[in-house]
Design a protein around this ligand. Structure first.
Ligand SMILES: [Zn+2]
Length: 335
């Protein structure tokens, strides 16, 4: 079963995808985007080596290190023509961290939000939200004199994926719907940043269609399973829709994700809760392929840049197809 059906299905999907693309391989609305923009492993590595560097000291919310990470992302947005969605790139909030030694102290956090406007006069009023958390835990249990938890996989990898998607669509201008690139702070303190943003967008009456949270995509899974998996897989037809446009099963089901209820444990959840839209996390970390979760050795040199580039490149046509479909075909369903 497992081996035969996917092969048949994929052959059909690939055949469909080839048909849809047309003879010239152009996928944009007006065909202007025939130039292929490649996401490079080198660009990803450059961003990673800064975001996960010791200089940023583990990017704890409220620290100097996360301020540096925020400035880096803002400069990246600015250099790549990703516009602010609010008055500036920053979405500020304050919260109290009940888990800290000083639970009454107000901590200042800021999400970084960029926008790429859609190219269709009607569909551009609908938003696709892509994101990941750029904060991390600061310090971890000391190993060989190292206390800095660099958070390369968690979640500089997802942050960089979202940044690369932003760069791609700001350049290709192939998205009919508008895109928000949303990088959250204070995920590690209880989804505070994404919670704040989801509430703010709801109060402003945003017309959001879907949301994807990229969480730990820095290392590959085993070769006999789908490249990535989606949390809350059965809550919508999102994964199937993405795979249809990817022409292969890039995003699959992972039983441990549902056993551990990962759907509710990361930044996608507030968007589902507040906006009632399909909002899921996509990950390639499966608890067996990386030993350094919340460990001081979660560092840039442990990341697989070829894998990251390959994942991001495979996601582009999947996202593009989903963003540009004439109707909102991704829908929630009862689990
Ligand atoms: Zn994380």
């Amino acid at each position: 079963m497992k081996k035969i059906i996917p092969i048949l299905l994929f052959t059909l999907l690939i055949a469909c995808a080839v048909k849809q693309k047309g003879a010239d391989g152009k996928s944009g609305q007006d065909g202007k985007s025939s130039e292929k923009i490649d996401i490079s492993a080198n660009d990803i590595k450059t961003s990673m080596e800064y975001l996960a560097s010791d200089e940023l000291a583990g990017r704890a919310t409220g620290s100097e290190g996360i301020e540096k990470a925020a400035v880096f992302i803002e400069n990246y947005f600015n250099a790549n023509d990703i516009k602010p969605y609010f008055e500036t790139y920053r979405d500020n909030f304050e919260f109290k961290n009940r888990r800290s030694s000083n639970p009454d102290e107000a901590i200042k956090g800021f999400n970084i939000i960029g926008m790429i406007e859609g190219n269709d006069p009607k569909l551009k009023n609908e938003f696709i939200i892509l994101g990941g958390h750029y904060d991390h835990i600061g310090q971890g249990k000391e190993v060989n004199g190292d206390k800095i938890a660099n958070g390369a996989n968690d979640d500089a990898s997802g942050t960089i994926a979202a940044m690369e998607f932003g760069k791609y669509f700001a350049k290709s201008k192939t998205n009919k719907r508008s895109i928000l690139i949303t990088l959250y702070s204070a995920e590690e303190m209880g989804l505070k940043g994404s919670g704040h943003l989801a509430e703010r967008l709801k109060s402003e009456g945003i017309n959001a269609y879907t949301m994807i949270n990229f969480e730990m995509i820095g290392v590959p899974r085993a070769s006999d399973v789908s490249m990535a998996y989606m949390s809350g897989y059965k809550r919508s037809n999102f994964a199937k829709t993405l795979n249809k446009y990817a022409g292969e099963e890039v995003v699959g089901f992972f039983s441990k994700a549902s056993e551990m209820n990962l759907f509710m444990r990361s930044d996608n959840f507030p968007f589902f809760k507040e906006l009632n839209i399909p909002a899921h996390a996509i990950s390639t970390f499966d608890f067996t392929n990386f030993d350094y979760y919340h460990h001081v050795d979660d560092e840039a040199d442990k990341m697989d840049y070829k894998h990251m580039a390959s994942f991001i490149n495979k996601m582009i046509p999947a996202l593009e197809g989903m963003m540009n479909a004439p109707t909102k075909e991704v829908v929630l369903k009862d689990e």
